[in-house]
Design a protein around this ligand. Structure first.
Ligand code: BGC
Length: 764
């Protein structure tokens, strides 16, 4: 007994020692870092400190070095803290060498890039990635993107983009994770951990969460437009993903282009200091968006000089492209509009990020030319991209089980995106190898090999005129226009399709019809494509729409008239192969929408977690003096969380471990799911709650959990979710994060509209 007691004491002692040692070690590391940065700061001139706050874009650097181009001269004189969107290890190394060998204090550069969904190996666009609801998978894509980017000289990515959006007119929904704050937060966390889980490693890079804040709520879905919303909505619906990314350790954050409460985010002290630093305890640095500081002049809050002061006073540390800090900080200091202390603080934050990246120890940590040769766009990465792509596809309709296809069928592949590789990676794929991407036609041919029974016709161009097409391909031609008369193209397409058993139409948006500065007021697929589909429909053959899109579209005619619709977003480098494997049933579609698809544009903003209103429509549409429209019902075409499978999942037996939840205990919700169809497959089980009565009007349901499970055909599984009080909290109008006693509904189901329900009580 005494022996045992001694042993316990000994273990406790050892345990305490380990804890103290590791704490001591961390604070020791922190002290070393602080000392290093403070010593460096003492050596820096004011100009050099201001230089660290400057983030210019670069042109062709290798030839620029020979001519001592503007940026090279600036690096030499200590006027640059980092550069971005320069591709190629040689060029990057050359610039890092300038900083290390030719600048007075040898401070290494941050090297940024928009590595948004893959580097050279492209993954599905983020909205597609989110449709996998697979956090480990998403984290791995970020890890792989970081591994490739870091092998090519990049040490900082402008990702993840975590802006919640409920307006598909806004083209940048393609870059985010959709409409839901809970799912958005989980994905934000996964991405940050994927990029920078362990910055001591050479294959991990600094992340930058963006766009802070509320950028996804720009009025009327018009990019860069104003944002105005109540604080409670902000805190409950829009801010959680930024906070989640910060809590996961994001090293930097980007100020948004929009204004908030009539103050541009870039100059918004409440946002960048009170909230970000004081409430959230953010320790990294804040970078403006591209020319975000000078754009404050257009916002109408002052001239360039004042914009610089507003930005620094608000809490911006680094000026992307604007060079306002570079040009005005000295004068602002002389005029006492800013203080040297503020410059010191901003500079320290940037140096601290460089320190954390290990750049002071080894400025060439990310410039290993051997890695660049071996670790980018590998077979393994491409294969992984294909696996991810398959999981991102969302099957929206499958009448008479037209899918999966049979290899014995003759397939007509038609449409402007059928034989087009370069659009496959989608928007914001800066470094992706577009020309090596795999088109639908190529993927199908490769998949079927010698047995390929495929016929092909173009059918139509992306849009009717070349003039219009230019807007949708702003970075140069990505379509080879078919100059034939449209009627000849239709004749060819219908003739070819008439020889087939099934028609695959690959169409929708081009890569750049979504993304930045790609807002649309009408969300149909382009008219000429719709007309082509109508011609094909006259043949009476089954038609499958393989839909490319970066946003929810209005698909009313397609839904009524086509046999199957599979939304493949923009699947990345291996698009065609992934599509073929899903169309032929090697992989059973499992993706679920993370944004609601409206019936028409007038329903926007439309989202599942809406309020009930005082006059909810109960019963059939239309009812006078209830909250509904005269010309369309309130339902979306496809709700949040929706996605079909080749098999069928039946939900039953929803049970709760107790009728009441107290502050301290845990409720267990169980539900049985049976795969009673004819294919094995993944199902994404979704948990929602509804606070029936509370002091602030509650959403009719809110996602609180999900689980992706695999069931073999015929198999059934009982799964459980744990419900605890913090899951039921919300921000009240005084921004207290609280829960209130009362009745709750608990829902579990296959999408936000199809759930089993039960009730419980929360008792404080
Ligand atoms: C975008 C950012 C991007 C930056 C740098 C801006 O136009 O809004 O998302 O990171 O450019 O390329």
């Amino acid at each position: 007994m005494i022996k045992m007691f001694r042993l316990i004491i000994l273990y406790a002692f050892l345990f305490l020692n380990i804890i103290c040692y590791s704490q001591f070690k961390t604070s020791d590391n922190q002290n070393t870092k602080d000392k290093f940065i403070n010593d460096l700061l003492l050596k820096m001139t004011l100009e050099e400190k201001i230089g660290q706050l400057n983030l210019p874009v670069t042109g062709d650097v290798v030839s620029g070095i020979k001519q001592n181009s503007g940026v090279v001269k600036k690096i030499m004189s200590g006027q640059v803290g980092g550069i971005f969107n320069l591709k190629g290890i040689q060029q990057i190394r050359a610039l890092q060498e300038v900083a290390i060998e030719k600048s007075r204090l040898k401070i290494p550069l941050l090297v940024g890039m928009d590595v948004i969904h893959g580097y050279e190996t492209g993954f599905p666009i983020p909205l597609g990635l989110s449709a996998t609801w697979d956090l480990e998978l998403i984290k791995s894509t970020a890890e792989m993107a970081a591994a490739e980017a870091s092998a090519d000289g990049i040490n900082w990515t402008f990702s993840p983009m975590v802006d919640i959006s409920r307006d598909p007119r806004w083209g940048r929904v393609a870059e985010g994770s959709g409409e839901d704050p809970y799912l958005g937060s989980e994905i934000a966390k996964a991405m940050v951990l994927g990029y920078q889980g362990d910055l001591s490693q050479p294959n991990q890079i600094l992340s930058c969460v963006k766009h802070f804040a509320l950028y996804g709520a720009s009025e009327a879905g018009r990019d860069y437009n104003t944002v105005d919303m109540s604080k409670q909505r902000m805190y409950n619906e829009y801010l959680p993903p930024y906070k989640a990314a910060i809590d996961a350790g994001a090293g930097s954050i980007m100020a948004a282009f929009n204004d908030i409460d009539a103050v541009p985010a870039t100059g918004n002290k409440w946002l960048l200091t009170d909230l970000l630093r004081n409430q959230w305890n953010f320790k990294g640095f804040v970078v403006s968006d591209y020319t975000g500081i000078p754009e404050m002049v257009n916002h109408g809050v002052g001239d360039l000089e004042l914009s610089g002061a507003l930005a620094l006073n608000a809490g911006v540390d680094m000026d992307m492209v604007g060079e306002v800090f570079l040009n005005y900080c000295q004068k602002l200091l002389a005029d006492k509009k800013i203080t040297e202390d503020q410059i010191n603080i901003a500079c320290k934050r940037i140096l601290s990020a460089k320190y954390d990246l290990g750049l002071f120890q080894n400025p060439y940590k990310y410039c290993d030319t051997n890695r660049a040769k071996k670790e980018i766009f590998t077979k393994e990465h491409r294969n992984f991209s294909k696996q991810v792509a398959k999981q991102s596809f969302v099957l929206l309709k499958n009448k008479n089980k037209v899918l999966p296809l049979k290899k014995s069928q003759t397939v007509a592949i038609i449409g402007p995106l059928a034989n087009n590789a370069v659009n496959m990676p989608g928007t914001w794929s800066v470094a992706v190898k577009h020309d090596k991407s795999i088109s639908v036609a190529q993927g199908m041919a490769e998949y079927l090999g010698n047995n390929a029974n495929i016929v092909y016709a173009h059918g139509c161009n992306l849009v009717e005129t070349a003039e219009e097409e230019k807007r949708y391909t702003p970075f140069g031609k990505t379509f080879t226009r078919d100059e034939r008369d449209q009627h000849d193209m239709w004749e060819e397409a219908t003739q070819i399709a008439s020889t087939a058993d099934v028609i695959i139409f690959a169409g929708g948006e081009s890569a750049e019809m979504s993304g930045e500065a790609s807002s649309r007021s009408q969300l149909s697929i382009p008219k000429i494509q719709l007309e082509t589909l109508k011609k094909l429909k006259t043949l009476g053959k089954p038609i499958v729409l393989v839909l490319f899109t970066g946003r929810p579209l209005v698909l009313d005619w397609e839904y009524e008239n086509l046999d199957a619709i599979i939304n493949v977003w923009f699947p990345g480098t291996e698009a065609g192969l992934a599509i073929a494997e899903v169309l032929y049933g090697d992989y059973n579609p499992s993706g679920k929408l993370t944004m609601t698809f409206p019936k028409n544009e007038g329903q926007i903003p439309i989202y599942y977690a809406h309020k009930n209103t005082g006059r909810p429509l109960s019963g059939p549409w239309f009812q006078k003096f209830q909250s509904n429209y005269l010309d369309v019902d309130n339902n979306p075409l496809f709700p949040f969380g929706f996605g079909l499978s080749y098999t069928n999942f039946e939900y039953s037996n929803l049970k709760l471990s107790a009728p009441t939840l107290s502050l301290k205990d845990t409720l267990i919700a169980t539900v049985t799911i049976e795969n009673n169809g004819h294919h094995d497959g993944y199902e994404i089980v979704q948990l929602y709650t509804h606070d029936i009565t509370r002091s602030l009007t509650p959403p009719i349901k809110e996602l609180k959990g999900f689980l992706k499970i695999f069931l073999k055909k015929g198999q059934s599984k009982t799964i459980e979710f744990k419900i605890v009080e913090p899951m039921l909290r919300f921000y009240d109008n005084d921004l207290n994060y609280i829960s209130e006693s009362g009745d709750f509904e608990l829902m579990i189901g296959t999408n936000s509209n199809k759930v089993l329900k039960t009730n419980f009580k929360l008792q404080h």
